[in-house]
Design a protein around this ligand. Structure first.
Ligand code: PMP
Length: 285
Protein backbone atom coordinates (compact mmCIF):
# COMPACT_ATOMS: atom_id res chain seq x y z
CA UNK A 1 0.00 0.00 0.00
CA UNK A 2 1.49 3.36 -0.96
CA UNK A 3 1.58 6.30 1.43
CA UNK A 4 -0.62 9.27 0.64
CA UNK A 5 0.32 12.92 1.14
CA UNK A 6 -1.64 16.15 0.82
CA UNK A 7 0.05 18.70 -1.45
CA UNK A 8 -1.49 22.09 -2.15
CA UNK A 9 -5.09 20.92 -2.39
CA UNK A 10 -4.60 17.37 -3.68
CA UNK A 11 -4.05 13.93 -2.20
CA UNK A 12 -1.04 12.36 -3.92
CA UNK A 13 0.89 9.13 -3.75
CA UNK A 14 4.22 9.82 -2.02
CA UNK A 15 6.15 9.01 -5.17
CA UNK A 16 4.13 11.64 -7.10
CA UNK A 17 3.99 14.27 -4.33
CA UNK A 18 6.12 17.22 -5.45
CA UNK A 19 6.38 20.97 -4.85
CA UNK A 20 7.43 23.78 -7.17
CA UNK A 21 11.18 24.55 -7.54
CA UNK A 22 10.51 28.16 -6.57
CA UNK A 23 8.63 27.29 -3.38
CA UNK A 24 10.16 29.71 -0.87
CA UNK A 25 10.48 26.89 1.63
CA UNK A 26 12.86 25.14 -0.77
CA UNK A 27 14.87 28.26 -1.65
CA UNK A 28 14.87 30.27 1.59
CA UNK A 29 13.54 27.95 4.36
CA UNK A 30 10.76 30.53 4.41
CA UNK A 31 8.21 28.36 6.19
CA UNK A 32 7.11 26.63 9.36
CA UNK A 33 5.99 23.16 10.42
CA UNK A 34 4.33 21.05 13.08
CA UNK A 35 4.55 17.38 14.04
CA UNK A 36 1.46 16.02 15.77
CA UNK A 37 1.26 12.66 17.51
CA UNK A 38 -1.73 10.54 16.50
CA UNK A 39 -2.69 8.00 19.14
CA UNK A 40 -5.69 5.73 18.55
CA UNK A 41 -6.77 8.19 15.84
CA UNK A 42 -6.72 11.10 18.34
CA UNK A 43 -4.59 14.13 17.60
CA UNK A 44 -2.71 14.57 20.87
CA UNK A 45 -2.66 18.18 22.13
CA UNK A 46 -4.17 19.36 18.88
CA UNK A 47 -5.12 22.79 20.21
CA UNK A 48 -1.60 23.44 21.55
CA UNK A 49 -0.12 22.47 18.17
CA UNK A 50 -2.52 24.75 16.29
CA UNK A 51 -1.75 27.59 18.73
CA UNK A 52 2.00 27.12 18.18
CA UNK A 53 1.47 26.96 14.41
CA UNK A 54 -0.47 30.21 14.62
CA UNK A 55 2.39 31.77 16.64
CA UNK A 56 5.00 30.63 14.08
CA UNK A 57 2.92 31.84 11.11
CA UNK A 58 2.13 35.18 12.74
CA UNK A 59 5.80 35.71 13.68
CA UNK A 60 6.77 35.35 10.00
CA UNK A 61 3.73 37.18 8.62
CA UNK A 62 2.53 34.12 6.69
CA UNK A 63 -1.25 33.63 6.54
CA UNK A 64 -3.12 30.41 7.28
CA UNK A 65 -3.60 28.49 4.00
CA UNK A 66 -7.09 27.41 5.09
CA UNK A 67 -9.37 27.31 8.16
CA UNK A 68 -8.25 25.15 11.08
CA UNK A 69 -11.32 22.96 10.73
CA UNK A 70 -10.55 22.19 7.09
CA UNK A 71 -6.99 21.36 8.05
CA UNK A 72 -8.25 19.02 10.73
CA UNK A 73 -10.47 17.23 8.19
CA UNK A 74 -7.44 16.67 5.97
CA UNK A 75 -5.50 15.31 8.95
CA UNK A 76 -8.31 12.82 9.62
CA UNK A 77 -8.47 11.87 5.96
CA UNK A 78 -4.70 11.29 5.92
CA UNK A 79 -4.88 8.97 8.92
CA UNK A 80 -7.67 7.07 7.15
CA UNK A 81 -5.93 6.95 3.75
CA UNK A 82 -2.63 5.84 5.29
CA UNK A 83 -4.43 3.20 7.34
CA UNK A 84 -2.93 3.65 10.77
CA UNK A 85 -4.28 4.47 14.20
CA UNK A 86 -1.01 5.53 15.86
CA UNK A 87 1.57 7.65 14.07
CA UNK A 88 2.39 11.23 13.23
CA UNK A 89 1.07 14.01 11.03
CA UNK A 90 3.62 16.44 9.56
CA UNK A 91 2.31 19.85 8.48
CA UNK A 92 4.45 22.30 6.52
CA UNK A 93 3.37 25.76 5.45
CA UNK A 94 5.65 27.99 3.39
CA UNK A 95 5.14 31.55 2.19
CA UNK A 96 4.37 30.16 -1.27
CA UNK A 97 5.78 30.11 -4.80
CA UNK A 98 7.31 33.18 -6.45
CA UNK A 99 10.24 34.32 -8.58
CA UNK A 100 13.34 34.22 -6.38
CA UNK A 101 13.68 37.49 -4.49
CA UNK A 102 14.53 37.80 -0.81
CA UNK A 103 11.77 40.24 0.18
CA UNK A 104 8.18 39.02 0.61
CA UNK A 105 6.45 38.68 -2.79
CA UNK A 106 3.01 40.29 -3.06
CA UNK A 107 -0.21 38.41 -3.72
CA UNK A 108 0.98 34.81 -3.32
CA UNK A 109 -0.84 32.05 -1.48
CA UNK A 110 0.93 30.04 1.24
CA UNK A 111 1.82 26.49 0.21
CA UNK A 112 0.60 23.58 2.36
CA UNK A 113 2.00 20.06 2.51
CA UNK A 114 0.89 17.38 4.95
CA UNK A 115 2.26 13.88 5.33
CA UNK A 116 1.36 11.08 7.69
CA UNK A 117 3.12 7.98 8.82
CA UNK A 118 2.91 5.16 11.25
CA UNK A 119 5.16 5.71 14.28
CA UNK A 120 8.01 3.19 14.37
CA UNK A 121 8.00 1.00 17.44
CA UNK A 122 11.80 1.30 17.57
CA UNK A 123 11.92 3.98 20.26
CA UNK A 124 10.45 1.59 22.86
CA UNK A 125 13.89 0.11 23.52
CA UNK A 126 15.46 3.52 24.05
CA UNK A 127 12.69 4.49 26.43
CA UNK A 128 13.24 1.42 28.62
CA UNK A 129 17.01 1.52 28.88
CA UNK A 130 17.80 5.22 28.38
CA UNK A 131 19.95 6.98 25.80
CA UNK A 132 23.19 8.93 25.72
CA UNK A 133 23.53 12.56 24.66
CA UNK A 134 26.53 14.67 23.72
CA UNK A 135 26.82 18.43 24.21
CA UNK A 136 27.54 20.89 21.41
CA UNK A 137 27.69 24.67 21.03
CA UNK A 138 24.32 26.21 20.20
CA UNK A 139 24.98 27.92 16.85
CA UNK A 140 21.33 28.66 15.98
CA UNK A 141 19.65 32.00 15.30
CA UNK A 142 17.89 34.31 17.77
CA UNK A 143 14.33 33.04 17.14
CA UNK A 144 14.36 29.38 18.12
CA UNK A 145 10.82 29.92 19.49
CA UNK A 146 9.54 29.88 15.88
CA UNK A 147 9.09 26.35 14.53
CA UNK A 148 10.85 27.21 11.29
CA UNK A 149 11.84 24.64 8.65
CA UNK A 150 15.30 26.23 8.74
CA UNK A 151 16.93 23.36 10.64
CA UNK A 152 20.50 23.20 9.37
CA UNK A 153 22.24 23.64 12.78
CA UNK A 154 19.84 21.03 14.20
CA UNK A 155 20.65 18.63 11.36
CA UNK A 156 24.41 19.11 11.88
CA UNK A 157 24.04 18.64 15.63
CA UNK A 158 22.00 15.46 15.31
CA UNK A 159 24.51 14.04 12.85
CA UNK A 160 27.35 14.84 15.27
CA UNK A 161 25.44 12.89 17.92
CA UNK A 162 25.02 9.94 15.52
CA UNK A 163 28.75 10.08 14.60
CA UNK A 164 29.55 9.72 18.30
CA UNK A 165 27.02 6.93 18.79
CA UNK A 166 24.64 9.15 20.77
CA UNK A 167 20.88 9.64 20.44
CA UNK A 168 20.77 13.43 20.76
CA UNK A 169 22.96 16.52 21.11
CA UNK A 170 22.16 19.03 23.85
CA UNK A 171 23.00 22.55 22.71
CA UNK A 172 24.88 24.88 25.04
CA UNK A 173 24.55 28.68 25.08
CA UNK A 174 27.45 31.14 25.52
CA UNK A 175 27.10 31.05 29.32
CA UNK A 176 27.41 27.27 29.52
CA UNK A 177 23.69 26.58 30.03
CA UNK A 178 21.78 23.87 28.17
CA UNK A 179 19.23 25.33 25.76
CA UNK A 180 17.60 22.18 24.29
CA UNK A 181 18.25 19.17 22.07
CA UNK A 182 18.29 19.39 18.28
CA UNK A 183 14.72 18.09 18.12
CA UNK A 184 13.79 17.68 21.80
CA UNK A 185 13.56 19.64 25.05
CA UNK A 186 16.04 18.93 27.85
CA UNK A 187 15.19 18.13 31.49
CA UNK A 188 17.03 17.12 34.64
CA UNK A 189 16.12 16.08 38.17
CA UNK A 190 18.46 17.84 40.61
CA UNK A 191 20.31 16.10 43.42
CA UNK A 192 17.50 17.46 45.68
CA UNK A 193 14.83 15.77 43.58
CA UNK A 194 13.58 18.90 41.82
CA UNK A 195 12.41 18.57 38.22
CA UNK A 196 14.03 21.30 36.11
CA UNK A 197 13.64 22.49 32.53
CA UNK A 198 14.69 25.77 30.94
CA UNK A 199 12.10 28.57 30.82
CA UNK A 200 10.60 29.79 27.57
CA UNK A 201 12.41 32.47 25.58
CA UNK A 202 13.61 33.09 22.02
CA UNK A 203 16.33 30.51 22.66
CA UNK A 204 14.16 27.39 22.75
CA UNK A 205 11.10 25.94 21.11
CA UNK A 206 8.06 25.75 23.33
CA UNK A 207 7.71 21.96 23.04
CA UNK A 208 4.16 20.69 23.33
CA UNK A 209 5.30 17.59 25.23
CA UNK A 210 7.18 19.95 27.56
CA UNK A 211 4.01 21.95 28.24
CA UNK A 212 1.94 18.83 28.85
CA UNK A 213 4.54 17.30 31.17
CA UNK A 214 4.78 20.50 33.22
CA UNK A 215 1.00 20.28 33.71
CA UNK A 216 1.19 16.60 34.63
CA UNK A 217 4.14 17.12 37.02
CA UNK A 218 2.32 19.98 38.75
CA UNK A 219 -0.82 17.85 39.15
CA UNK A 220 1.33 15.10 40.66
CA UNK A 221 2.77 17.66 43.11
CA UNK A 222 6.32 17.14 41.91
CA UNK A 223 8.77 19.85 42.90
CA UNK A 224 9.34 21.75 39.68
CA UNK A 225 11.49 24.71 38.63
CA UNK A 226 11.57 26.39 35.24
CA UNK A 227 15.15 27.67 35.05
CA UNK A 228 18.47 27.41 33.27
CA UNK A 229 20.84 24.60 34.18
CA UNK A 230 24.52 24.24 33.27
CA UNK A 231 26.19 21.26 31.62
CA UNK A 232 27.98 20.58 34.94
CA UNK A 233 24.70 20.58 36.85
CA UNK A 234 23.22 18.22 34.25
CA UNK A 235 26.17 15.85 34.58
CA UNK A 236 25.82 15.70 38.35
CA UNK A 237 22.02 15.43 38.27
CA UNK A 238 20.08 12.50 39.67
CA UNK A 239 18.06 11.91 36.50
CA UNK A 240 17.87 13.44 33.04
CA UNK A 241 15.54 13.04 30.10
CA UNK A 242 14.40 14.59 26.84
CA UNK A 243 10.94 15.12 25.42
CA UNK A 244 9.21 15.51 22.08
CA UNK A 245 6.00 14.41 20.37
CA UNK A 246 7.79 11.43 18.83
CA UNK A 247 10.31 10.59 21.60
CA UNK A 248 7.69 11.08 24.37
CA UNK A 249 9.84 11.13 27.50
CA UNK A 250 13.14 9.39 26.81
CA UNK A 251 15.49 8.91 29.78
CA UNK A 252 19.07 10.12 29.36
CA UNK A 253 21.58 7.92 31.19
CA UNK A 254 24.83 9.43 29.87
CA UNK A 255 25.92 12.98 29.01
CA UNK A 256 29.28 13.27 27.18
CA UNK A 257 30.10 9.81 28.53
CA UNK A 258 29.35 10.77 32.15
CA UNK A 259 26.88 8.36 33.75
CA UNK A 260 23.80 10.07 35.22
CA UNK A 261 22.67 8.91 38.66
CA UNK A 262 23.35 5.20 38.94
CA UNK A 263 23.10 4.74 35.17
CA UNK A 264 19.61 3.26 35.32
CA UNK A 265 16.37 4.97 34.28
CA UNK A 266 15.25 7.22 37.17
CA UNK A 267 12.11 6.64 39.23
CA UNK A 268 10.72 10.12 38.68
CA UNK A 269 11.25 9.79 34.91
CA UNK A 270 9.42 6.46 34.91
CA UNK A 271 6.54 7.89 36.95
CA UNK A 272 6.20 10.84 34.56
CA UNK A 273 6.37 8.64 31.48
CA UNK A 274 3.66 6.41 32.92
CA UNK A 275 1.45 9.45 33.57
CA UNK A 276 2.14 10.75 30.06
CA UNK A 277 1.09 7.40 28.55
CA UNK A 278 -2.11 7.54 30.57
CA UNK A 279 -2.70 11.07 29.27
CA UNK A 280 -2.24 10.21 25.59
CA UNK A 281 -4.28 7.04 25.88
CA UNK A 282 -7.19 8.92 27.44
CA UNK A 283 -7.07 11.96 25.14
CA UNK A 284 -10.27 12.54 23.20
CA UNK A 285 -10.55 14.43 19.92
N1 PMP B 1 12.90 21.51 20.49
C1 PMP B 1 13.13 21.42 19.17
C2 PMP B 1 14.26 22.20 18.57
C3 PMP B 1 12.32 20.60 18.36
O1 PMP B 1 12.53 20.52 17.04
C4 PMP B 1 11.27 19.85 18.98
C5 PMP B 1 10.42 18.93 18.16
N2 PMP B 1 9.70 19.58 17.19
C6 PMP B 1 11.07 19.98 20.35
C7 PMP B 1 11.91 20.82 21.08
C8 PMP B 1 9.98 19.23 21.05
O2 PMP B 1 8.72 19.76 20.71
P1 PMP B 1 7.39 18.89 20.78
O3 PMP B 1 7.28 18.39 22.17
O4 PMP B 1 6.32 19.85 20.41
O5 PMP B 1 7.54 17.76 19.79
Amino acid sequence: MSRIAFVNGRYKRHSDAVVHIEDRGYQFSDGVYEVILVKNKNFIDEKKHFDRLDYSLTSLDISWPMKKNSMRQIMQELVYKNRFVTGIIYIQITRGVARRDHSFPKGIKPALVMTARRLPKSNDGDIKSGVSVITIKDIRWGRCDIKSVSLLPNVLGKQEARNQGAYEAWQIDNEGFVTEGTSTNAWIVSSHGVLITRGLSNQILSGITRLTLIKIATELNFKFEERQFSVDEAKSSREAFLTSSTSFLTPVTQIDGVVIGNGAVGLLSMRLLQAYHQYINSSEI
